[in-house]
Design a protein around this ligand. Structure first.
Ligand code: GRF
Length: 220
């Protein structure tokens, strides 16, 4: 891996990143890991072949796998193959970064407390898809992104941290998405750093930061 992080690789927490597309959040993690971050990306798995995120990982010398959900007979079989592929890489954290698949309860249970997701809204507002259009349609003056632990409820797990942007009068879904994405690239590496430093854990459904229960998501 072409990284210049001075910490010995063995001392940095191994993470696996799951993607479905462009992988700009993955790139933010790759760049952060190449600096002094306490983690390293040991594998990238995409459920879609040919996506830009796979090229980003390959360029950084990170092992990649494609597990194409279309080749599987049902969600359970796909999730089983995915879980096996992740386990082979032995990560301590799984990061869903633009990974566009609904996961089975069994999969989610298997990675309980060690899987996070970045979602482009200020959760609990706008779970699911088309968050930027929906934020504009609602007339909200703030929008943003959240990082949360993954539980069985889609985009419903305990939120760790959020980054907000002001909605401008002339925003459309694309301009708003671009501004939110810029903030995602700071938000996600920060949360992964907390986890890798042992500052962030999940106790049942409760997010713990620095040994204390987190009452409301950290606003970055
Ligand atoms: C991001 O907004 C992410 O939160 C969402 O997909 C978008 C694309 O991300 N789930 P990326 O460029 O593939 O990281």
């Amino acid at each position: 891996m072409s990284d210049i992080n001075p910490a010995p690789a063995a001392e940095r927490m191994p993470i696996v990143v799951l993607i479905s597309g462009g992988g700009t959040n993955l790139q933010a993690l790759i760049d952060d890991a190449a600096s002094v971050a306490p983690y390293r990306v040991v594998g990238v798995i995409s459920n879609r072949p040919g996506v830009r995120g796979l090229e980003r990982a390959a360029t950084a010398g990170i092992p990649v796998r494609v597990i194409d959900h279309q080749q599987f007979d049902g969600r359970e079989r796909f999730d089983e193959a995915l879980a096996n592929a992740i386990d082979q890489l032995a990560p301590q954290l799984v990061v869903l970064a633009g990974f566009m698949r609904i996961l089975t309860d069994r999969f989610v249970q298997h990675f309980d407390g060690r899987m996070i997701n970045i979602h482009p809204s200020l959760l609990p507002a706008f779970q699911g898809l088309h968050t930027h259009q929906r934020a504009l349609a609602s007339g909200a003056d703030r929008h943003g992104a959240s990082v949360h632990f993954v539980t069985g409820e889609l985009d419903g797990g305990p939120v760790i941290a959020q980054a907000a942007v002001a909605v401008a009068r002339d925003d459309d879904a694309d301009t708003l998405a671009a501004r939110v994405l810029e903030r995602e690239h700071q938000l996600l590496p920060q949360v992964v750093r907390w986890f890798a430093d042992g500052e962030l854990t999940l106790a049942g459904e409760q997010v713990m930061l620095n040994g204390k229960p987190l009452a409301t998501p950290v606003q970055l």
